[in-house]
Design a protein around this ligand. Structure first.
Ligand code: ADP
Ligand code: MG
Length: 346
């Protein structure tokens, strides 16, 4: 069941928090809204949930005017970063809440609600903790309960606003995989808000990149990575290095060597070019530009180097542990040769 957002604008006083935003979430899709703090993500989710109204634009669900429906009629499940569970209710009571508060004509029977809660407890793998209170759960377990509560009403759309934002890195990674599995099992159309690019690229079928209330790019994770539409998208997807080179066609000329260039638009002559930490080759004698090793850090299965060029610019490069980079020591001089660069006019 697809959701279509068209030309949505929302201002607070004369500040445009959302400026002509359009996208579609396909039926069963896992869509991430990715953008820095203040880019309008929460504002957008609130409009979708019916907690606020846009100044202009339309939202339709399966062709039906969603903006004309109140929050409850939209049947949306929501989880926020700090959506506190009801503290005086057990886990089971929390999950059952959305069903228990329905008017009696729409409310399932007690037995049906009980069965639904049990199946959700099983889904979130907390079958034995139904009688506990939120204070007796870890942060990760609480967010799992919050998700079960959102799913209890069989939502047409699930909206998640930085649901793992308050949790530590290890738990976040764990919950990420778990959430994707739950999504695949339930098939519910999901919009997941995050400012964490790794989280978005890891989880989502497609990613909508927001900047200052406008969409910068919409694409599959790999498309964003391979064909970033702007320097903003490129920079937002990870650590980057900038250097000047002379661009002509699909080539960037450096002092003594060239590198293939992915050029957006018609750009020639001296340009700022960008390269990713992985797209750098190191050698003892060049060609390349000279850098001094400032730090050597293990980064999971890789080695991360910080290098400082003669003009003081700091670069970050990444290499496999078994590469030549593993022979380097602090303060060594090495030549850095980008093997692929990106050039943007915007
Ligand atoms: P994000 O969730 O991406 O961090 P928000 O949607 O919360 O961003 O906010 C987008 C912008 O709109 C911010 O500059 C924020 O200060 C502003 N904003 C959000 N809600 C309000 C409000 N109720 N009144 C005034 N400004 C707001
Ligand atoms: Mg927000």
């Amino acid at each position: 069941m697809s959701l279509t957002v068209q030309n949505i604008t929302k201002s607070f006083s004369d500040f445009a928090a959302l400026d002509n935003v359009s996208f579609e979430a396909h039926s069963g899709e896992f869509l991430a809204l990715l953008g820095p703090s203040g880019s309008g993500k929460t504002t957008l989710l609130r409009l979708l949930a019916g907690l606020d109204q846009p100044d202009s634009g339309s939202v339709t669900f399966e062709g039906e005017d969603y903006l004309a429906l109140n929050a409850r009629e939209r049947r949306i499940g929501m989880v926020f970063q700090s959506y506190a569970l009801f503290r005086h209710m057990t886990v089971e009571q929390n999950i059952a809440f959305g069903l228990n508060v329905r008017p009696s004509k729409d409310r399932p029977s007690k037995a049906e609600i009980k069965a639904k809660v049990q199946s959700l407890l099983k889904l979130i793998q907390l079958e034995d903790l139904g009688k506990r209170f939120p204070s007796q759960l870890s942060g990760g377990q609480r967010q799992r309960v919050a998700l079960a509560r959102a799913l209890a009403i069989s939502p047409r759309i699930l909206l998640l606003d930085e649901p793992f934002g308050a949790l530590d890195a290890l738990v976040r990674k764990d919950l990420r995989r778990w959430l994707r599995r739950i999504h695949d099992e339930t098939g519910v159309t999901t919009i997941f808000v995050t400012h964490d690019q790794e989280e978005a690229l890891d989880l989502a079928d497609r990613v909508v990149v927001l900047k200052d209330g406008q969409i910068e790019q919409i694409g599959k994770p790999l498309e964003l990575y391979r064909k970033p539409a702007s320097s903003f998208v490129f920079d937002f997807l990870g650590t980057n290095n900038q250097v000047t080179a002379t661009v002509s066609g699909a080539e960037a000329k450096f002092d003594g060597f060239t590198a293939p260039a992915v050029v957006s638009g018609e750009l020639t002559g001296p340009q700022v070019v960008r390269f990713r930490p992985f797209d750098a080759h190191l050698s003892k004698d060049g060609p390349g530009f000279k850098g001094k090793v400032l730090s050597i850090l293990p980064a999971g299965a890789n080695l991360r180097l910080e290098l400082q060029s003669e003009d003081g610019t700091v670069f970050e490069t990444q290499h496999a542990h078994d590469s030549d980079a593993s022979d380097l020591a602090l303060n060594d001089t090495v030549y850095v040769k980008p093997i692929k660069v990106y050039v943007f006019g915007n």
